[in-house]
Design a protein around this ligand. Structure first.
Ligand SMILES: [Zn+2]
Length: 85
């Protein structure tokens, strides 16, 4: 049986450049990025500096603002994750 699935991509372990948290599984090849929490902080700081409401992480499916927000994909991910824990 052969399976050529796109799901078979290898997951790596990531380190957050800000808080040092790690996520992901697999080889620890010291890939760096911002974890979802630090990313959220970063976006909210940016929003405040533009005079906007720091609403990242409060995703609302029925909100026009949320659905047209350019961060909504990440916001939803953050929201879902925090809600699930
Ligand atoms: Zn972090």
């Amino acid at each position: 049986m052969e399976e050529s699935s796109l799901d078979s991509k290898e997951y790596k372990k990531y380190h957050c450049v800000k808080c040092g948290k790690t996520w992901g599984e697999g080889d620890d090849s010291y890939s760096y990025g911002l974890c979802l929490e630090c990313f959220g902080d970063y976006i909210n700081v940016k929003k405040v500096s533009k005079g906007q409401v720091p609403c990242f992480g409060t995703f609302n499916n029925n909100s026009e603002i949320c659905n047209s927000c350019k961060w909504n994909k990440f916001c939803k991910e953050f929201y879902d994750k925090c809600k699930g824990e």
